[in-house]
Write a protein that binds this ligand. Structure first.
Ligand SMILES: Cc1cc2nc3c(=O)[nH]c(=O)nc-3n(C[C@H](O)[C@H](O)[C@H](O)COP(=O)(O)OP(=O)(O)OC[C@H]3O[C@@H](n4cnc5c(N)ncnc54)[C@H](O)[C@@H]3O)c2cc1C
Length: 220
């Protein structure tokens, strides 16, 4: 069985010159625009973020692979509609090879027998001639999945503001943290200034607030 520590997120494609294309977009708003003039606009990236004029960040595109997160994670992450997803099929392949993924070894030990029983039932139904798309209904949410997610930088700002928040389940935060680290490395001029709501302002979770004063990166 797998745990969240086994989830691997990679940035497999990214716009090659994010500062350049965002500067071009900012330049285009002016009559005397000049494509390729990074010096004039690169320093304004933080201000544009603060002002919420974030459509210029849509020109920066990313594709991530997220390997080994669960089907429950899939249900949550695909609520983010501004982006494109491709996930492991439960229709065209036998799914028992994917293994369940849970938070930690203690949870795995407690639930091992249940997961083995569910997968045994699934395999048995396939052997009896049930279709894969019917038999999959007995598979737990915890079954691991592989995912390709293509998303632009503006949508990612929204994703991080919601999903780096401690109110999220641990699995979501594990993935969101890995993604954040990757894009901070790629486009620090923007993503070093992006975090959950409390990173740049007050928490808006009301009674559901986690009680911490401010988001601390890397503390899951
Ligand atoms: C801690 C937490 C708990 C949650 N709990 C639940 C829950 O219990 N049940 C549940 O169903 N969901 C839950 N959600 C999911 C949440 O409601 C959103 O569906 C999810 O976070 C996607 O956010 P989004 O709509 O901003 O993203 P996207 O779909 O990527 O949309 C981005 C932005 O585009 C705009 N937009 C997109 N589509 C529309 C539209 N149709 N109309 C108008 N504007 C649009 C909005 O401004 C939106 O913010 C939870 C989320 C979090 C972070």
């Amino acid at each position: 069985m797998r745990t969240y520590n086994d989830i691997v997120v990679d940035l497999v494609r990214a716009t090659s010159d994010p500062v350049g294309i965002v500067s071009d977009a900012m330049s285009m708003t002016m009559k005397d625009f000049k494509v390729g003039d990074k010096n004039r606009f690169a320093k304004a990236i933080g201000s544009v973020l603060d002002m919420g004029h974030t459509s210029v960040f849509e020109h920066v595109q990313y594709s991530f692979t997220i390997l080994g997160a669960s089907r429950s994670f899939l249900a949550q992450v695909t609520r983010h509609r501004v982006g494109s997803f491709t996930s492991g099929s439960q229709h065209y392949q036998k799914y028992s090879g994917y293994e369940p993924v849970v938070s930690n070894a203690k949870f795995a030990e407690r639930t091992k027998a249940f997961f083995e029983e569910a997968v045994f039932l699934y395999d048995g139904m396939l052997a009896e001639g049930w279709s894969r798309e019917e038999a999959r209904q007995v598979l737990p949410n915890a079954m691991a999945n592989n995912l390709l997610w293509s998303v632009n930088a503006r949508s990612l700002i929204n994703f991080f503001s919601l999903r780096l928040c401690y109110r999220n389940v641990l699995e979501m935060r594990v993935v969101a943290e890995q993604m954040h680290n990757l894009v901070v490395g790629h486009f620090p001029e923007l993503f070093a200034f992006v975090g959950p709501q409390c990173f740049n302002g007050a928490c808006r979770q009301g009674k559901m607030a986690c009680g911490r004063r401010r988001w601390e990166k890397g503390v899951l």
